[in-house]
Design a protein around this ligand. Structure first.
Ligand SMILES: Cc1cc2nc3c(=O)[nH]c(=O)nc-3n(C[C@H](O)[C@H](O)[C@H](O)COP(=O)(O)OP(=O)(O)OC[C@H]3O[C@@H](n4cnc5c(N)ncnc54)[C@H](O)[C@@H]3O)c2cc1C
Length: 371
């Protein structure tokens, strides 16, 4: 194994793969590792805001992205501030329409592009022992699977792309600031292929007294459905039933055929950030740096933007660039917190319900207790 690395990326989800690609495209020696032997069969996060287009362009992926067959998403329909469905078009926004993607295919595209650009991708590998940063490199022991192989590498930069776990940043002494404990229950329904074309192409969002729902049609005649709630304010910690859906969502779910394609799965869907999110010789990207409420559709665009930012910084060989990373994440997170409270305050019809009251208030941290 080549020990001389410019960057070791830990975690090969969207953020890690995009970082590996962006770094490798600059001719840097980069390795990405993931503790899982293969990617998941289904991943949540399927609406790309129009803002991803310039990011995919900069990654050299726009044309190849279109070839994966994403579905155009012209806007959102939401029963949010009132029980009526209101339409918000994306078309006035820079970049035009958004997209609904098959997330597994999207991450596969990133992985192929990163490997094609020269990045080495290793699964299932994780970090074993991690020494002190010594004269500009990190002595890192990598461990394969349950320990049946080990290797030593000396990267100049460590990139934490381990998602909400922020495993590397926390190992380096950062703290996780958890702003809310929201969870999502999500699954996927098959649509009748003939009827699928009649299913509205937008993302639908609908509030109910104890949380909110969204549905999005994705490639392969499937409909993703997710219900956000909070175990602290709603003692229902078991999956929702399709028949519990509020009226507009319920109508949309009627297009589904038979049982959900996958068992309902619980996901962490709250807001969190690690502080600091970078330090000398290391940086966190994507959800590892800051994870956003799904209402923002922020996660994937932020992961891509972080990846491009890291590549810019690392290629400049500026030892202090990590300060700019941390400041940028902090600023973006504070702006997002302000916007998020405004979005939840708009649901005045449930203002007295604990789920909505907690999210409309100025944010304060809750004790770390991840689902
Ligand atoms: C219900 C829900 C809906 C969402 N909807 C949207 C949406 O519509 N649009 C949008 O843009 N975003 C959405 N998001 C957010 C989006 O899914 C995330 O922002 C995105 O997945 C973050 O990617 P990531 O690469 O940072 O983390 P992840 O996708 O979590 O990847 C982390 C990777 O790190 C690996 N890993 C973890 N720990 C270690 C370790 N110790 N060593 C090695 N590897 C490790 C994991 O195996 C994984 O492969 C949604 C999120 C939720 C919960």
């Amino acid at each position: 194994m080549d020990q001389r690395l410019d960057a070791l990326v830990v975690g090969a989800g969207t953020a890690g793969l995009a970082a590996a690609l962006a770094l490798a495209r600059l001719g840097l020696r980069v390795m990405a590792i993931d503790r899982r032997s293969q990617g998941p069969a289904f991943a949540i996060g399927e609406t790309l805001a129009p803002s991803v287009r310039p990011l995919l362009n900069r990654l050299g992926l726009w044309e190849r992205f279109l070839e994966t067959g994403p579905l155009p998403c012209p806007g959102n329909r939401s029963a949010w501030s009132s029980p009526d469905l209101e339409y918000e078009s994306f078309l006035g926004r820079p970049g035009g329409q958004g997209w609904h993607i098959d997330r597994i295919a999207f991450d596969r595209l990133l992985a192929h592009a990163a490997a094609g650009a020269g990045a080495e991708l290793l699964r299932p590998w994780r970090i074993g022992t991690l020494g002190e940063n010594d004269r500009g490199t990190w002595p890192v022991e990598l461990v394969r699977g349950h320990g049946n192989a080990r290797a030593l590498v000396n990267p100049r930069w460590l990139v934490d792309a381990t998602g909400r776990a922020a495993a590397l940043a926390r190992r380096l002494g950062s703290r996780r600031r958890l702003v809310d404990n929201q969870i999502a229950w999500a699954t996927c329904l098959a649509l009748d292929p003939i009827a699928a074309g009649a299913v509205d192409a937008g993302t639908w969002v609908e509030a109910d007294p104890g949380g909110w729902w969204y549905t999005a049609r994705i490639p392969g005649d499937r409909l993703v459905v997710a219900r956000m709630t909070d175990p602290a304010t709603n003692n229902r910690s078991h999956p929702p039933e399709v028949r519990d859906a509020p009226p507009h969502t319920g109508l949309r779910l009627r297009h589904g055929r038979g049982q959900p394609l996958l068992p309902w799965r619980r996901w962490a869907a709250g807001t969190q950030r690690v502080t600091p999110s970078a330090g000398p010789g290391w940086v966190a990207v994507g959800d590892a740096a800051a994870a956003y409420d799904p209402i923002s559709s922020h996660g994937i665009a932020s992961a891509l933007a972080d990846a491009l930012g890291v590549a810019d910084g690392v290629s400049r060989d500026d030892q202090h660039i990590w300060k700019a990373f941390d400041r940028r994440t902090a600023d973006r997170f504070e702006r997002y917190l302000h916007d998020r409270a405004g979005v939840y305050r708009r649901v005045g019809r449930y203002r007295d319900r604990p789920f909505w009251a907690a999210r409309s208030a100025a944010s304060s941290d809750v004790p770390e207790a991840l689902p």
